[in-house]
Design a protein around this ligand. Structure first.
Ligand code: DAV
Length: 379
């Protein structure tokens, strides 16, 4: 092998070290997926009432594709290597010995599937049946990294069975019939649809800060999944975090680490319990409340919240990509000394998220550091 082919390709310990290599997702073929235990989409005014499914409209897909290509070009112009996944036919029926699912989803948000910690990329289990095979879209890239980089550790979490035991029976029927007060009660107890039958997590429920990994318990991440991560990363401190959010789904519109000592938080989703804020405070971190999005409405067929303005990509501790319309967010980060790169990506949101969701780290220059030397007991 040549000297060049022996270099380190995969390494990233946190959300802010200088980004050199990243995966940007693709919109092609994305489905409004077929109903399954976790996903019960209902967009009657937009042509997809409960129980129906199908491809996202072609003109939406074209626009999203254009914006993602533009995002990739912006990063490449900064000297960052950008790779893209290989979409599958997401309209196909998939099955395992345990279940059959009428469609897949897509491969716009690599952040949901791939968790990069140091020299390892871990394929997350995923708790949607429609997303069970999504890792295949990234296999051509992972195979290539494996050949190029002798120290790359390619890992996959146990593939979940996702049988009916994985999901609480009649969850949605119950959830939709109880009062808001009851819903908050269940929320505070993290009592959502997935059971503790098997470890489950999406990679996007993890915020990486060197030795400390913040993992949100959510609609797609259970305690067994958090425990699996704890055992899998014995040299890290895995913190189980919960916020006051009704049906949480990924941490990256709730807590966004920006650089050592600074993180964005969501003012509508305060951390539950005192340990979270105490840990940040004790270690001299400032938690800045994100301003609201300038948008008044979501894109049609978008399943994300109104907080994708927080879903930004840090290029390094002085440079950050923000959605191009989000002036208040840009002004805030400018005040904190960042050079802001505006990236238009709003029309990509129905395909699974914002600027952070649409990427997955492959390489950031830097080493494993301890940014929280003072810990909080039991957290
Ligand atoms: O608040 O809607 C969106 C993240 C999707 N990957 C939110 C989180």
């Amino acid at each position: 092998m040549t000297e060049d082919s022996q270099k380190t390709v995969v390494c990233s310990w946190n959300e802010w070290d200088p980004l050199k290599h990243v995966i940007v997702g693709r919109a092609e073929g994305t489905m409004l997926q077929a109903p399954e235990p976790v996903v019960q989409l209902d967009f009657p005014d937009q042509g997809f009432p409960l129980g129906t499914f199908g491809s996202l409209p072609k003109e939406m897909e074209d626009k999203a594709g254009e914006l993602l290509d533009n995002y990739a070009a912006i990063l490449e112009n900064r000297g960052i290597r950008v790779d893209r996944p290989s979409p599958l036919d997401f309209s196909q029926v998939i099955q395992t010995p345990d279940w059959k699912q009428d469609s897949m989803f897509g491969c716009m948000p690599p952040r949901d599937v791939l968790l990069t910690v140091g020299d390892e990329i871990l394929e997350a289990p995923m708790s949607f049946r429609s997303r069970w095979f999504e890792y295949l879209c990234y296999r051509p890239l992972l195979e290539q990294y494996y050949k190029e980089d002798p120290s790359f550790r390619w890992e996959t979490a146990p593939k979940p069975r996702l049988t009916d035991r994985t999901y609480k029976k009649d969850f949605w029927k119950e959830w939709n019939s109880i009062s808001e007060e009851e819903q908050w009660k269940r929320t505070v107890n993290s009592d959502w649809i997935i059971s503790e039958t098997e470890p489950l997590f999406d990679a996007a429920d993890v915020a990486r800060c060197g030795k400390d990994l913040f993992v949100q318990k959510s609609m797609v991440t259970n305690d067994a999944g958090i425990e699996w991560l704890r055992r899998h990363y014995p040299d890290h401190r895995v913190h189980r975090v919960t916020y006051r959010e009704m049906l949480p789904w990924h941490i990256d519109a709730t807590l966004i680490p920006l650089r050592p000592g600074l993180a964005l938080i969501n003012p509508e989703r305060p951390a539950l319990g005192n340990a979270h804020n105490e840990l940040f405070k004790k270690n001299g971190w400032e938690l800045v409340e994100a301003p609201k999005s300038v948008r008044k409405e979501k894109m049609p067929l978008c399943t994300c919240s109104m907080w994708l303005n927080m879903n930004c990509l840090v290029i390094d501790t002085k440079t950050i990509c923000i959605e191009a319309a989000e002036t208040p967010m840009m002004e805030l980060l400018d005040k904190y000394g960042f050079e802001v790169i505006p990236v238009p990506l709003f029309e990509v949101s129905p395909f699974g998220g914002g600027l952070h969701c649409a990427t997955a780290d492959v390489y950031r220059e830097g080493t494993l550091e301890d940014y929280f030397p003072k810990q909080v007991e039991g957290f």
